[in-house]
Design a binder for this molecule. Structure first.
Ligand code: ADE
Length: 252
């Protein structure tokens, strides 16, 4: 079993420290299934003030991340693991949208993954041209920097690496695997303040429970994100159930 290797280049390594030292990301590292090294881009700035940003050519407001510290940092990362291959991803709101499918692909990545976190308004275009294989966005909104996005990407990919989640947690892994939302869940007590757990879950009838769960997955997806149904893995029976549900809610 291989390790998922991330090299995070950032001006603010402290943003990553907390989340990487808790819960499943921490455990993944302890089990040797995940490795995350952070590199401070500022350490590679050339001038004595370790200045990593500068004003843009052409005269406009804002600052631009300079090329030299980023090139040098990437070169240092590569020099630290000679012979290894690298995939370089720039976190940016202009990137392709990160989704579960991307997370699955990344969880199987054998190359070292460099996550380059921009800050300030922009990054020198020559970095994108010469160093970056892919720009990746976690959603259509603008963050103050790529660090939180890098954490999202690391988290979503890591939980898919076999062995990272315990058996109990793994049961939840496929929630999105077939493109549908997870079904509703209940635990004891069976009656809480008059709110009852669906009868079928107490029946011990495994087939009926499986059918109920599928129906509830379809229901949740239809009501919350019907757009996902277009690319979901649906059987004939699913399609029939969906028609029933649509009638129930007067949806066309
Ligand atoms: N940096 C700033 N905004 C971002 C976003 N939405 N996704 C990834 N990186 C970003």
């Amino acid at each position: 079993m291989g390790t998922l290797n991330f090299e995070v280049l950032t001006l603010f390594p402290g943003i990553l420290a907390g989340p990487l030292n808790e819960s499943i990301l921490k455990r993944g590292q302890e089990k040797g299934l995940l490795s995350v090294r952070t590199w401070n881009i500022r350490d590679y700035a050339e001038d004595k003030h370790r200045k990593a940003d500068d004003s843009p050519y052409g005269g406009e407001a804002g600052m631009v991340l300079k090329p030299e510290p980023v090139f040098k940092a990437v070169e240092a990362v590569k020099a630290s693991s000679p012979g290894d291959e690298f995939l370089t991803i720039l976190l940016s709101p202009q990137g392709r949208l990160f989704d579960q499918r991307y997370a699955e692909r990344l969880s199987r990545e054998r190359r070292r993954v460099i996550l380059l976190c921009g800050h300030y308004e922009a990054i020198d275009e020559r970095v994108k041209d010469a160093l970056v294989d892919e720009e990746l966005s976690i959603g259509d909104y603008v963050l103050t920097g790529g660090e939180l996005a890098a954490l999202v990407v690391i988290d979503a990919a890591t939980r898919l690496v076999p062995g990272v989640l315990g058996d109990e947690e793994s049961a939840y892994r496929d929630s999105f695997g077939d493109g549908l939302f997870d079904h509703a869940h209940y635990t004891r007590p069976a009656d809480y303040r008059g709110m009852k757990v669906p009868e079928v879950l107490l029946s011990g009838n495994h087939d009926a429970i499986m059918k109920w769960r599928r129906r509830e997955s379809l229901r949740a997806t239809l009501l919350k994100r019907p757009d996902l149904l277009g690319s979901a893995d649906l059987t004939k029976e699913d399609t029939r159930v969906l028609e029933e549900l649509k009638k129930e809610y007067n949806l066309s």
